[in-house]
Design a protein around this ligand. Sequence first.
Ligand code: PLP
Length: 396
Amino acid sequence: MKAGLKEREQRFLMQTYRRAEVEFVRGEGALLFDEDGREYLDLLSGISVASLGHCAPPVTGAVQRQAGELLHVSNLFYTEPMVDLAERLSTRSIGGPVFFCNSGAEANECAIKVARKHAHGRGVTDPEIIVFEGDFHGRTYGALSATPGLCGNPALGPMLPGFKSTAFDDPAGLEAAFGPKTAAVLMEPIQGEAGIFPVSGETLATARRLCDESGALLIFDEVQTGVGRTGSLWAYEQTAARPDVLTTAKALGGGVAIGACVNSESLGQVLEAGDHGSTFAAGPVAASAALAVLETVDEPGVLRRIRDLGGQLSKQLLEVDGIRDVRGRGLMLGVGLDESLDARALCAELLERGFVTNSPRPDTLRLLPPFVLSDEQASSAVAAIAAGITRLRGGT
Ligand SMILES: *Cc1c(COP(=O)(O)O)cnc(C)c1O
């Protein structure tokens, strides 16, 4: 790291993150380079953001082109990249109108507003949104209040009322939590931050059925699972349930901040002028970047490659001594370690070896590699994980 960088970070930034001891200065494809010129293989993609790799030519090119034309005019005027992007997002997902924002948390804020307003519209005066233990929806107060594992922090209270949490992946518990006040069920189809836990088809089908019977909305938070990560453009496409509202962010801009909340075609327009807004949302640069991402990812060959490489990685990982299970779909993988192993220590060991990973829980290594990862790079990652495990166990 550059001399003094850590000290200045501590003095001038709020200390809300535990950063690893490395300063990255450049990225290309699946590779990152630190301040000393050392090369790393990125298996995290900036938490599933740089899914096309670092400085992917379509994204960087679109940003450079648009930055020279028009950076920002606000949502008081028309710009074409935003409309192109909305059309593409809508027609390639659930078909209704899109609201743009700048992050995953904001996309969920919009979904919460849609759910509440929709509930009021059918006479539910005190709407309640059902959420699941372990799910993560973001850090703004609405999204935070919808995140059972974080909303209990008394130092940050009071939280937003109107959320009811229920056990993860428990269809009977979900049915019991459902009632006349239920405005929506908000869920991640595969839990990301919790450590990569897919929701069973039975729970998804139960949620869909309960919502259909009552008129409540099924909201899928695809902020982490979306934009190709699981080997289909959206995770829901590989399940039996189609949501009424879908939220996306992270990979959508390929590294540029953008989020979106999409309504289904049958739900149509719920929010009206004055109900919601954002100064920056879907500005020409972010919208152009996202269009470039969708044009690249939304191709059968690319999506097939994500599924194939994910299958290949899982298979190789399961052969490694010390790995108990591999969860997830496509290139969204949670690597469960034997009880004696500490995933955080393995993560640190891997960084030393030049591999960027993350450990969302003490027994799990999370891999969210860029889609451009080669077979050789994937194999080198598995070899490094195996060597790291051997090292942790006291070998060399
Ligand atoms: C990351 C994430 C969010 C929050 O996104 P931000 O852009 O950090 O606000 C919300 N939901 C899920 C599932 C996520 O993985």
